[in-house]
Write a protein that binds this ligand. Sequence first.
Ligand SMILES: Nc1nc2c(ncn2[C@@H]2O[C@H](COP(=O)(O)OP(=O)(O)OP(=O)(O)O)[C@@H](O)[C@H]2O)c(=O)[nH]1
Ligand SMILES: [Mg+2]
Length: 687
Amino acid sequence: MGQNDNGPNGTRSLGPRCIALVGPFQSGKTTLLEAILARSGAVQRQGTVDAGTTIGDSGQEARHHKMSVEATFATTNFMGDNYTFVDCPGSIEFIQDMRSVLPAVDAAVVVCEADEKKVPQLQLIMRELEDQNIPRFVFLNKIDKADKRVRETIKLLQPASRVPLLLRQIPIWNGDIISGFVDLALERAFVYKEHAPSEIIELKDENVDRKKEARFKMLETLADHDDQLMEQLLEDIEPPRDKVFDDLAKELRERIVCPVLLGVATRSNGILRLLKALRHESPGVAETSQRLGVKARNEATALVLKTFHTTHGGKMSVVRLLGGQAGDGTTLLTPGGDSARVSGVFKLMGQHFEKRPQATAGETIAFGKLDSAKTGDTLSSGKQPPAALIQVKPFAPVLATAVRAKERKDDVKLGPAFTKLTEEDPSLTVIHNAENHEVVIWGQGEMHLRVASERLADRFLVPVSTRPPSVGYRETIRKPITQRGRHKKQSGGHGQFGDVVLEIKPLPRGAGFKFEDRITGGVVPRNYIPAVEEGVLDALKHGPLGFPVVDLSVALIDGSYHTVDSSDQAFRTAGRIGIVEGLPQSQPVLLEPIHEVEIVCPSEATAKMNAILSGRRGQILGFDTREGWDGWDTVRAQMPESEIGDLIIEVRSATAGVGSFIFKFDHMAELIGRTADQIIAARRAAE
Ligand SMILES: Nc1nc2c(ncn2[C@@H]2O[C@H](COP(=O)(O)OP(=O)(O)OP(=O)(O)O)[C@@H](O)[C@H]2O)c(=O)[nH]1
Ligand SMILES: [Mg+2]
């Protein structure tokens, strides 16, 4: 090694590390984790995603779909140090887990490919890392398939990063194939070996010049933040190797450059250099604690990165211990003051949890049965509840599905299953609609919702059926009318008699419902009037078009009663009859909910967004550049709820997966014509 083993000036960060593997969809993160685990001896043989034998995708749903659908943790040892790698899903729909994990990691490895189509996704991920101040390496994967020069690839990827991508290795080409690489910091050349460490070779011929030029470029970038290095370069002085490594570590940690390493995860090429870069340059828990503002010195401080509900072990909270020690029996407090006692400390290896002794600062482990802790919580063993170190914002939901248990007998299990489901994944929201007894799961996309219902069946043992959620239609009236409601029944002894005259009038949009008592001379006795209103309200739940009726006033203006046969019940019925008979003559009209939608997308997709919105009966309110996001726009529109239903699918497909939106209810609007007729007919058919 040309490098002091204790790193730059002996200042290598020590202690257990936590490293996130992130990057665009299918870039090779799970495969890279597998290669790392094989190289570091944690697994005997490197598994593959295609054969379903990886640690990263060991969850049932991930295996089934051949893609990661949640963060997976694996702890290994490399050259005497403990590392926990977090394999994060790449799909935008499962991005929440990455957001929850990032605050606690020392560094991230952004796995990417030389693929133009994935640059917008890369930008989105880089943004998360930049916003959270996470030091980051790029691992340019799949270079076995490279069809362009690495410089061109860097040029392609650079717009995704706000800091310079610093090429640290260049490939050695053998014809059209990359057979090895030159490490520009070490100034050594290596030839790749399949599933074995690369071998050092002598640098020859044109590669000597290529190395010189690339190394100079790398040093130039480093020198932008190092005057002394700049002087050396200008004076043609070869900077000492340790100085270069120092700068690499320093500028990575300060997040002013993003070093780029090359490799082939499937063949385990480039893994050792990546691990060594992490070993020597990545910050450790001391720096990460500082970044998060951890103050406690003696007590245990931890962050909850993920919550699992396992079939056998119960609830498991994956935590990073930022300071102190914690083990079986340690009592931890949440910022809310809830206390939880650690019941078991576990080492993580995918879905496998292995019991182990107490944990020390820097380690990432699972604690058993922390009932009151949830993902994102700061935990402390101190006497006082800790201040929350971070706030993890869940992504706003964009797609919904209504679910119900396939079997009635499972209804009672649904509630607890939803609780576990949303604890495991805070980007899922479950909403119970009291009006129509529908249970709706909101999430980040089709696959996200599909996996949620699979998980309800596989993990929580409640098979569910799904269907599109119903839209919150209402109806109202356009024409005032006065209508009598008369209820008279003479069957045997005691009869029933109630008689009311109602003045029914439309009200402006959003006014709701008003009831007025305009009885004079006691023609309807006072004590029956609340019953009339009840009857009216009852009838308004289901108007002539089949929907709840809103925005109208009903005044009770006349009526009559019978001393013996009148009752609350009879007047309730009379009130209901008045409405049921009156509304069809008041020109009922359908109302549909209109939401204000705000779409964000890369600017080149803005025109497409306008077309999508117009095609879905949207009214464009305007567009603007997205604040703080170069090259992105925000498009605002008003749009019917029924058209927002699957809007995300179209938005994503027009933006390489990165466009998104938020929406909120704005108003109800009248809907007439063919669309309205279809909705009304569908409602009748369903009844
Ligand atoms: N040719 C080649 N294929 C690779 C390489 N690394 C991964 N792959 C393949 O790329 C596909 C995706 O690999 P994964 O490891 O699942 O990628 P991922 O980033 O974990 O995917 P998500 O978690 O779903 O985002 C698989 O078919 C891998 O075999 C590589 O270095 N070279
Ligand atoms: Mg994966």
